[in-house]
Design a protein around this ligand. Structure first.
Ligand SMILES: Nc1ncnc2c1ncn2[C@@H]1O[C@H](COP(=O)(O)OP(=O)(O)O)[C@@H](O)[C@H]1O
Ligand SMILES: [Mg+2]
Length: 145
């Protein structure tokens, strides 16, 4: 199982990591983002959308819970910040999205860890103490099947 550890020194670099990951993604893939408020999760999603050829369309779905970006391969962007129960999760239609042809990317995966599929790509973004603009990004393929 391959693990990538990347140090990003700007939001541009974080987007670039997302852009590069997008080139490896295919319909059906699930990308689970972990990291605190302000880590750069939405920034990362911007890079992924750009890499999928969806352009500059990403904004935070905190209130809508999910945004759909249509393209050759669609991107379904969830924000689970407010999801605290199974009922909350069901109301986002998450389980229906898992069956659709598209790539799913999830902010605040911490809140739905038990509902992630057996196989997914885990992206952990960690702010660094010494530098306001620095992040450690760990990308890992999780495979339980
Ligand atoms: N290396 C970096 N990577 C990502 N964002 C960064 C970085 N350095 C500074 N930032 C800033 O941190 C903020 C991250 O915001 P956002 O992507 O919305 O975070 P989240 O979705 O995790 O709450 C942005 O204002 C961005 O400009
Ligand atoms: Mg966000």
């Amino acid at each position: 199982m391959l693990t990538l550890v990347i140090i990003s020194n700007s939001s541009y670099e974080t987007q670039k990591v997302g852009f590069q990951l997008a080139k490896k993604l295919k319909a059906g893939d699930v990308v689970a983002l972990f990291g605190p408020m302000g880590a750069g999760k939405t920034t990362f999603v911007r890079g992924v959308a750009d890499g999928l050829g969806l352009g500059d369309c990403v904004h935070s779905p905190t209130f809508a819970l999910v945004h759909e970006y249509e393209g050759p391969v669609s991107l379904f962007h969830f924000d689970m910040y407010r999801v605290e129960s199974f009922d909350d999760l069901e109301s986002t239609a998450y389980y229906d999205y898992l069956k659709r042809e598209g790539i799913i990317i999830i902010e605040w995966s911490e809140n739905i860890e038990n509902a992630l599929p057996p196989n997914y790509i885990k992206v952990e973004i960690s702010p660094q103490n010494n530098n306001l603009e620095q992040r450690q990004i760990v990308v890992r393929e999780v495979k339980k099947t």
